[in-house]
Design a protein around this ligand. Sequence first.
Ligand code: PLP
Length: 391
Amino acid sequence: MSYSKLFSKRAQALKSSVIREILKVTANPQVISFAGGLPSPEGFPVAQMKAAFDAVLSNDPKSVLQYSTTDGYAPLREWVANRVSVNGAVIAPDQVIMVSGSQQALDLIGKVLIDEGDKVLVETPTYLGALQAFSLFNPNFVSLASDDDGLDADKISAADAAGAKFLYALPNFQNPTGRMMTEARRASLVAKAREHDLLVVEDDPYGELWYEAAPPPSLLSRMPERVILMGSFSKVLAPGLRLGYIVAPVEIARKIEQAKQATDLHTSTVIQRAVYEVVKDGFLDEHIPRVRALYKKQAHAMIKALETHMPAGVTWNQPAGGMFLWVTLPEGMDAERLLEQAFARNIAYVPGAPFFANAVQSNTLRLAFVTVPEATIDAGIKVLAQVFAQQ
Ligand SMILES: Cc1ncc(COP(=O)(O)O)c(C=O)c1O
């Protein structure tokens, strides 16, 4: 039987993520991988999770193993609402929907907002997983000017904004670049969104992982009436939990709830209950500083290794938080082509190309630094520098 003719047009257009392909290579323990976007397992609070699962399964097994509501566990939604109510904004629990990882939030937002051909504004570059999730709904991506200070909203023209369904923004330690949107850039994005009546989707899985100082307040807190915020427990607890949340204006939240009901009925009851057990008494306030300290140390090791080994002409940014930094090779070099040579020397990274919705800058690449031990970072960057220098 020929299966391929049965696939929907949507499925036929699906491609395997470059990152998934690279991860296959990095399964080899010889390979030093700066490719995967995995958080460091040293930051997983194993004992707390174990105790929490034990507590909820002992105290309330009949309800934690049962189906539950689509919008999520009410005390956890209330906890999220309080946590995002900063900078004078007051977010109500009925604006919060718990989701199966923030990747599901991207899918649900696509389902609820994008019709084929709709304009979606994205940063340059932007999160590959969002491009994949939104692409299932066939939007027309418009790439917006961005630099080391993040998205440059002043450069959004009336033509860019006209008819856009939403603008997808990653203000904090962006995946892939590690960039943070400055206070001035946030203020100008708010002004632009108001001027052009734009809805903004704010994706913020890394905002808590700052090294020296917390980033400026969220876009949500500045204009809650026109922001959908996506948050995640993946980088502050553990990604295997598959737990995240959406905060949206109530009318959008109810529509997303309907879409989620059709998708998976609800997010895992037992996982929501265990996570609430872990976070309810302030555990994150002692836990996250440990993760920040670890990631800061790793980032410094990576920057020091780059400074020591990279040939002239290769540049990179200095992230103030998160798990990634962004390397730019001299014009004309192609990070995707060079990957073959890096693989041959047992080094992996992610080429920048798949993170661009339009006008690919093929001389860029993403380095992830949180899962590689410090001494190995230096050894790996030394080899990578030799690969680049040979060109
Ligand atoms: C920017 C961004 N958004 C969303 C996700 C998805 O995260 P999760 O589904 O684990 O919450 C990731 C994962 O790396 C990410 O980097």
